[in-house]
Design a protein around this ligand. Sequence first.
Ligand code: C5P
Length: 235
Amino acid sequence: MKPEVIVALDFDSREKALKLVREVGDFISHYKVGLELFSREGIEIVRELSNQGKKVFLDLKYHDIPNTVKSAAKVAVESGVWMYNVHALGGYDFLRHIAEFNREYADKLGLNRPLLIAVTILTSMSDEDLKSVGIPSAVEDEVLRLSELARKAGLDGVVCSAKEVRTIKENLGEDFLTVTPGIRPVWASKDDQKRITTPKEAKKIGTDYIVIGRPITRAENPRSAAERILEEINS
Ligand code: C5P
């Protein structure tokens, strides 16, 4: 099924995260562990979910010198993550180095190679913000440039907004993966997301994965919220 739903486990404890996973049950197999949960619980929660057969997207957006990121990526690969990400702003050599390491190390351990995804420009940044850090181009041009760099370096795809999916796929190929947050079913609260896309629209534009947090994690009945979202995608 495309897009596949990844539920963002934005919780402050292992217990709350695991409770949600239990409640949602068989409906969802992909979960995102981000900075909050990781800072609280460390790699243990990732191992625990992987051992339960869940596919974990470790969203730590690595950005450091290649050697340091390699050491962190090592832990991600060993822990059986399904997907993790790095900042494309680390540059071509950095990206290529990590992509090669990711492949070789997973092979060496006899594990499935995790998908390696690039973060381009954070959606919280505007053209003005880019200028202020010395990047004169518009956000959308920079997103495409960094996506091209990531593809050339051998990464599997990018995290991007729904608005960017078509441009990226048209320029880099349908098989270059897109992971899209900012998704809200019509019945859910927008929370702090400004530009939102429904699961149905996300399917229409052809994104591969959608990241959904609060509409499921903060729902009165997370299981039926997940079910409604999957129905919307399949209808
Ligand atoms: O609760 P909600 O559905 O808004 O959660 C979306 C998840 O996707 C959060 O974990 C958030 O950090 C992440 N995300 C986002 N927008 C981006 C990149 C990541 O909402 N541009």
